[in-house]
Design a protein around this ligand. Sequence first.
Ligand code: GLN
Length: 193
Amino acid sequence: MPKIGLLAIQGDFHEHILALDRLGVESREIRKPQQLDEVDGLIIPGGESTTIVQLIDIFGFREVLVEKVKNGMPVWGTCAGMIVIADKLKDHRPEPLHLMNIKVSRNAFGRQTDSFETDLDIKGIEGPPFHAIFIRAPVVTELREGVEVLAAVEDGRPVAVRQDNMLATAFHPELTDDTRVHELFVRMVERST
Ligand code: GLN
């Protein structure tokens, strides 16, 4: 059974832990870079990407995290986490980890639809559409080789993408009772161990 870490320096990591609990999957809060050695995969939660990146650098996570993911450790970024693992941002801040071949625009849905909910068909997930909660969400504006779009909103903009051992969702599966995206990530982690 894999052990999944939650980058627990800012944001809604606790809700992910509850979702993994519901699946019976062991998780651990990660607050120091050395703790990454104790887990098989990492979730970077939603929150405020500028703060998360600031703390990643202050606590010395950047180099070890990038190296681990490049060596195959699965990572899943939700919302702010998607911004953190992107290669490029449309925005000036923060300086992302340059891991995934995507360009991301922060707060991409504008004021009117700042936060909204919609049903999505997600590739790799069986059953009815997934009820997705977007909160000041980012969107993928460009993607390069190796990136697969798993889900897009009605206008076609990608909101769930995967590249090898990396998964990114612009919405918040941890805020629903539906654990199917967590199961997808757990399968990615299982396959990598
Ligand atoms: N808008 C936030 C940011 O740019 C992300 C919001 C979220 O994670 N729900 O970091």
